[in-house]
Design a protein around this ligand. Structure first.
Ligand code: B12
Ligand code: SF4
Length: 484
């Protein structure tokens, strides 16, 4: 076989998020495209030249990214997209592919839906599952003119057929993955709860031990959950603080606290390191209640905000289970608040059996929980999750751009689509409007949807001094494996 790039070993690779300037993103400011940081890190370590364009947060369209790919002379364009961004990813691939570049898509949608989109010929390769090993191997294969069918963990079209290569085992070691932080304009990433704080991101684990039926994390990782070592997480946080002057780190993994002893070890290490970092994490009611007594340690470690993952079926519980779920949720929110930690969660609406009365119940449930931020997303079953089997018959469109949890894709039997949209908006307004009545005076909340509780007293040593460190901290900050 002849190399697609004329035999050169090093190629130029452009990484981008979905170019969707009009996307509906329920996001508190601009979040980091961590997958691209991981992938570019791995590809660069394999000797290729990399560039990251975060089209999603820059508001760039396919034509803009195409122009950048032309200017930079990229040999390959790699796109990461969730389901709502996938049509935009395809549009970009179609454009750059016709200009002779190799196109690769990845992420959970690509991993499951490749039989649907590969026949269109817009995309050369879909990477199935984790990309850190697969992508460098695919690029090496293409540069050498080898047969891509030998690369595990990809799919591609060939002569009208879709070829799926051997499955690639999940990554055995998550600790040593290189990251390409220097390729991102870090100063533009912000989290609304801490305006002005320079934001970074990390994953401390991969997958999720729970298997919520609507969630693609559960499908992608088949209910497996792999942890990074505390040493390596702490080392990466020190690097983010020292080398990139990060002030706030979002943990992008959905269940960093799932293992009580590992999370306790991590929080204790962070208390000891005293990096002056604030942390935003995901967790579950179960994990928060399990750690109720030690939530002040979470706070001392820097946790200021918790996103509570809830799956839609929890909003269809009945009887005692429903009452227990509301009581637990409310208790978790209060426990976090007592520890000085804010939280946000979602209350799902738009089920096939939705009525104005059940919407009212959802609204009341949110007010009973009383999190600091409440979202009211619309039920959006994904075709590659178990929820599709339950709700798929009620889905009225395969226009994936609408799978953003704000546009209705499920038609309730007794409500029309416009009524569902209005119901979600009404829940949002009601939640915010009634907040003052739930908000005890002097509890430190600020105005606006993103509220931050007063935490523990600020440490008196300025952050820069703490970062300069003493001998002990230098030790703690050594790469894992090199500590004494
Ligand atoms: C951060 C985040 C965001 C950020 C995105 C920042 C960004 N530019 O990436 C923001 C806040 C903008 C966002 C928005 C939304 N998000 Co979001 N988000 C996440 C979150 C919490 C972390 C993503 C992450 O960094 N993961 C860590 C990286 C390392 O893992 P990864 O992304 O899976 O990538 C690995 C592989 O998938 C693969 N891979 C991924 N991309 C590519 C590309 C190539 C070329 C290759 C080779 C491989 C590859 O390799 C990577 C490394 O192994 C995930 C949950 C999660 N834990 O993944 C949800 C998640 C991805 N989001 C989700 C949803 C629903 C949304 C919204 C619809 C929410 C909303 N209503 O606003 C929007 C949609 C935005 C859009 N238009 O696409 C769902 C995805 C559902 C789906 N399949 O479509 C998730 C899984 C949450 C969930 N449990 O439901 N999100
Ligand atoms: S919804 Fe959250 S808790 Fe449930 S499987 Fe997905 S990531 Fe895990």
């Amino acid at each position: 076989m002849i190399s697609v790039w004329g035999g050169g070993e090093s190629v130029r690779v452009l990484f981008t998020s979905a170019p969707e300037p009009d996307s509906v993103v329920e996001s508190a400011e601009a979040w980091l495209p961590l997958a691209l940081v991981h992938l570019a890190g791995a590809v660069r370590a394999a000797g290729h030249e990399c560039e990251i364009v975060d089209a999603l947060s820059l508001g760039l369209g396919a034509a803009d990214v195409e122009a950048i790919a032309r200017q930079t002379g990229s040999d390959a364009v790699c796109v990461s997209a969730a389901t709502p961004g996938f049509p935009a990813a395809m549009d970009l691939c179609r454009r750059v592919r016709s200009a002779g570049r190799i196109t690769v898509v990845g992420g959970v949608h690509a991993s499951f839906m490749y039989p649907e989109f590969l026949p269109s010929g817009a995309v050369d390769f879909a990477v199935v599952g984790e990309g850190e090993e697969t992508l460098p191997e695919l690029l090496r294969c293409l540069a050498a003119g080898d047969d891509p069918a030998r690369v595990a963990g990809i799919a591609f079209g060939l002569g009208g057929r879709v070829i799926r290569t051997a499955p690639r085992p999940r990554l055995a070691a998550l600790d040593p993955l290189p990251k390409a932080w220097d390729l991102l304009p870090l100063s533009r990433y912000r989290w609304a709860g801490r305006p002005g704080a320079r934001m970074g991101a990390i994953t401390t684990s991969r997958g999720c031990p729970r298997r919520c039926g609507y969630c693609c994390q559960a499908t992608q990782y088949e209910g497996t959950w792999r942890m990074r070592s505390v040493d390596s997480v702490a080392y990466e946080l020190v690097q983010l603080r020292r080398e990139h002057e990060i002030e706030l780190v979002c943990f992008h993994d959905p269940a960093p606290a799932a293992d009580a002893s590992r999370f306790s070890e991590l929080t204790e290490r962070l208390v000891e390191l005293d990096l002056g970092l604030e942390l935003v994490i995901w967790s579950s009611v179960a994990d928060v209640l399990r750690d109720e007594a030690v939530l002040p340690r979470w706070r001392s470690a820097g946790v200021i905000h918790v996103g509570i993952c809830r799956e839609p079926s929890e909003d269809r519980l009945e009887g005692a289970a429903k009452e227990r779920s509301v009581a637990d949720g409310r208790r978790a929110v209060r426990a976090l608040r007592r520890a000085g930690i804010t939280c946000e969660t979602s209350f799902w609406i738009g089920f096939p059996d939705e009525t104005q009365a059940t919407v009212e119940e959802a609204s009341a449930r949110a007010r009973a929980w009383d999190p600091d931020v409440a979202h009211f997303p619309l039920l959006t079953p994904l075709p590659y999750t178990p929820a599709w089997r339950t709700y798929g018959a009620h889905v009225i469109t395969r226009d994936y751009r609408r799978y953003n949890q704000r546009d209705p894709v499920v038609k309730p039997r007794e409500m029309d689509l416009q009524e569902v949209v209005e119901a979600a908006e009404r829940c949002r307004r009601q939640f915010i409007a009634e907040r003052p009545t739930r908000n005890a005076p002097g509890n430190g909340r600020r105005a606006g949807p993103w509220l931050v509780h007063p935490g523990e007293p600020e440490p008196s040593v300025p952050a820069q001094e703490r970062l300069a460190g003493d001998g002990r901290e230098g030790d703690l900050a050594s790469p894992p494996g090199r500590r004494n």
